[in-house]
Design a protein around this ligand. Structure first.
Ligand SMILES: C[S@@+](CC[C@H](N)C(=O)[O-])C[C@H]1O[C@@H](n2cnc3c(N)ncnc32)[C@H](O)[C@@H]1O
Length: 111
């Protein structure tokens, strides 16, 4: 307990250490999302994917002829649904290296 309190006190009073920890956590968050496995798991989650697909493709009035911004697109699957629902443009961004896979997939789909 004493040790924990000391750690908390140290990190909360040392802005450089706090910043360093935050940067490390951010880097590890995005590098984790760079691995294909985590995306494969999300894509294989049928309840999750069916819910997104149904919502997007059954509510075309929200997407038709609209410009869509997919922030945190991962593999780009939700962007793909938005295109399917009639979006005129879809901008897909992701901070992690998975974006390269998204680019590869979109080039394969739409050239
Ligand atoms: C839970 S995954 C969802 C991926 C995708 N939308 C899907 O449904 O399969 C979240 C994604 O958002 C990205 N992300 C999180 N915060 C972000 C940010 N601030 N800027 C860009 N991408 C971000 C992660 O790198 C990760 O690929």
């Amino acid at each position: 307990m004493k040790e924990t309190m000391r750690e908390l006190t140290t990190s909360s009073t040392d802005p450089d250490a706090t910043m360093e920890t935050a940067v490390e956590e951010k880097d590890s968050y995005f590098s984790n999302y760079g691995h294909h496995g985590i995306h494969e798991e999300m894509l294989k989650d049928e309840v999750r994917m069916d819910s997104y697909e149904l919502f997007i493709t059954k509510n075309t009035e929200i997407f038709k002829d609209k410009v869509v911004l997919d922030i945190g697109c991962g593999t780009g699957i939700l962007s793909l649904f938005a295109v399917k629902a009639g979006a005129s443009h879809v901008f897909a961004i992701d901070q992690s290296p998975i974006i390269h896979k998204a680019v590869e997939i979109s080039e394969r789909e739409w050239g």
